[in-house]
Design a protein around this ligand. Structure first.
Ligand code: SAM
Length: 319
């Protein structure tokens, strides 16, 4: 069997708080993710809208990053609701806090914490939301168990995810697609990471069942963008192409490397993002599981709400 050198860029999101990045630093992908949120706001907001949250709901935005979803969630629960954004990265929390709208003051809170041990009592939230973080969190099933613990009986755990190999469909040659995906797979195989966490999209029901959420439905959300691309879409795709190339290159043969370079080099006449017939398709999945068990009384829930609003010593209060 062929062996390949270990490549430092093999793992998507390798440079992450909790691994080798200090908590006060933003990950290298922050600019790309920011551009993606802006460019895909319509489709991503639709995922939140379809949650049909009620006024007054309490929601945890797990691994909230820059707080984009936290703000969108807050719009759905009204002034009586509470949205708590939790992340391990203090730099991301500071950014989320800075961006949080003054209109969400008293509704949105941010708190530093790890999904490995969330700083909340059992059955605290009506819904736990977690977007595009299965590859970043140390162990998806353990993470889902902890999210399940803090959601109330009858409440929902909802995860927005994709699948590394089938998230983004580019109009490049099929031969290159095969070579790049094979190279990506080899790169991932060659790491210490749990391989399955990079293919969360295809395993969401398995993860949910393993975490104790027996009812799990998965809804697809797709998006498409045609040339000419807007600036945010361009920023996102340029980052994506360079990231994928840096990880795949050590495992590609010379011909594939040359073709890849021609397609992703902005000065090249073959530059993919400037082809007039360019388009790109995105596939995301939203998995929703319900926590079963003996429901608690609403009095218990109100007590938890009171605890929360009083616990500002530990919270970053919105605006
Ligand atoms: C790819 S980002 C997604 C952020 C946000 N959900 C979004 O979609 O914009 C992954 C997030 O997971 C956070 N994270 C990584 N390990 C974590 C952990 N053990 N506990 C909590 N958050 C963690 C990172 O700091 C980062 O904000």
């Amino acid at each position: 069997m062929t062996t390949y050198p270990l490549h430092q860029h093999a793992v998507p999101f390798a440079n992450e708080v909790g691994r080798d990045l200090p908590a006060h630093s933003l990950p290298a992908y922050a600019t790309m993710l920011d551009a993606h949120h802006r460019s895909h706001a319509t489709e991503l907001r639709a995922c939140i809208r379809d949650l049909s949250l009620r006024a007054g709901d309490m929601v945890l935005d797990m691994a909230c990053g820059d707080g984009t979803y936290t703000g969108w969630l807050a719009e759905c629960v009204g002034p009586a609701g509470i949205i708590v954004g939790v992340d391990i990265a203090s730099a991301y929390l500071a950014r989320a806090q800075q961006r949080s709208s003054a209109t969400h003051q008293g509704t949105v809170f941010f708190q530093q914490g790890s999904v490995e041990q969330l700083p909340f009592a059992d059955n605290t939230f009506d819904l736990v939301w977690c977007a595009q973080s299965m590859g970043s969190l140390p162990d998806p099933i353990q993470a889902l168990r902890e999210m399940t613990r803090v959601v109330r009986v009858g409440g929902r755990v909802v995860v927005l995810e994709n699948d590394t190999m089938h998230h983004i469909i580019l109009p490049w040659p099929a031969e290159l697609e095969l070579a790049v995906r094979r190279a990506q797979l080899l790169a991932l195989h060659n790491t210490e990471e749990h391989l399955h966490k990079f293919f969360a999209g295809r395993q969401l029901r398995t993860f949910f069942v393993a975490a104790g959420l027996s009812t799990c439905t998965v809804t697809p959300y797709t998006a498409i963008r045609h040339a000419p691309l807007d600036a945010d879409e361009y920023t996102f795709l340029l980052w994506y192409l360079n990231d994928i190339a840096s990880r795949a290159r050590p495992y590609l043969d010379d011909m594939a490397c040359i073709l890849l370079d021609r397609l992703i080099e902005p000065a090249s006449p073959m530059y993919l993002l400037q082809q007039p017939d360019f388009y790109v398709t995105y596939i995301n999945m939203v998995a929703c599981g319900i926590k079963t068990g003996h429901p608690h009384s609403s009095a218990y829930h109100e007590l938890k709400r009171a605890d929360w609003t009083a616990a500002d010593g530990q919270l970053f209060c919105a605006a």
